[in-house]
Design a binder for this molecule. Sequence first.
Ligand SMILES: Cc1ncc(COP(=O)(O)O)c(C=O)c1O
Length: 402
Amino acid sequence: MPRFATMENATQFELRLANRMSRLGTETAFEVLNKARALEREGKDIVHLEIGEPDFDTPANVVEAAVGALHKGWTHYGPSAGLPELRQVIADYVSRTRGVPVNTDEVVVVPGGKPIIFFSVLALADVGDEVIYPNPGFPIYESMINYVGARAVPIQLREERDFGLDVKELASLINDRTRLIILNSPQNPTGGVLPESDIHDIADAIGDRNIMVLSDEIYSRLIFEGEHFSIMSIPGFKERTILLDGFSKTYAMTGWRMGYGVMRADLAAHMTRLMTNSNSCTASFTQIAGVEALRGDQSSVDRMRDEFKRRRDAFVAGLNKIKGFSCRMPKGAFYAFPNVTATGWPSKKLANVLLEEAGVACLSGTAFGDFGEGYLRFSVANSLENLNKALDRIGEWIGKNL
Ligand SMILES: Cc1ncc(COP(=O)(O)O)c(C=O)c1O
């Protein structure tokens, strides 16, 4: 008798997943990327505008710092909340940029921005609690809220408000069961930026209720018009805000996996326990590079932002020339989110045919929630040459099929 099940009889054992797994969502960008790669293996040429990551290399000074750290032996476990040096640099940076005093014990370093979403929802929302989140929005919010058994309450982002939210509508969604409100500005997928006056109105709508705000500011350095403003800066909100920021987008470090949360020290201690239970710590040599990223020369950040702006301007102008497409000028991040309802095609179908027939990979607005119907998301984190190629291909396909 073989000791272990063979491949043939392994399937006799039904996979018995925990119920909660049926409530866990995903991020469609990775699925579309896989599908696009499969088409490429068949010999098709695809322009990749589906994935939200800078196409630039990580700045050389940051890479050097990581290599140096590896040689110096930063290869061991570190504290779960992050290396004290990096927590201090982050505390200084957030104090400076958000205008509120921040201590190191209010900073938790994690592998990417995503774990802060995961941990915030896990730590704060019980079964039956309500969490308000932007829709269309980063899909991980809704996925995590559902996963923990809380009630996901969407606040619609409205094109006519430049993809901002209607604060009166938000106020009407807040009730005694609301535990957490998620804000994201600059926003994925719309590129919308919440004006400072709206953030003040949101703070007024929350008033003195004991509700936490998860403020996802991962694109805070990618603003093309105006200044970034955080709800954390409003008096009375520091202790009710979890600020999410990180290195992925600002320093083109998506694959390094490093982000952070800034929050009241008592909550930070619980987040740290979640880190101990899940990851132990963020990679130590990566954190040494993080110190250099925040402290060192920032000119590469400005260069990347200027380049994204150039591409945004060209791509949005091009989209607006295509029949059935109309696109607002995004004020931040690196996405264009055109309204395609005038094509008469449902978003998902249109995204599919553009991939399969036009060779342009983009995402359906519905990958970001139900209120994304009628839109497509394109990442402009690609060369101008490829963006122009994509515009030509879409224009040609629409010309033939509309
Ligand atoms: C709004 C938003 N928040 C968080 C993240 C996660 O970033 P990270 O790759 O650092 O986990 C992303 C990544 O696409 C994002 O768009």
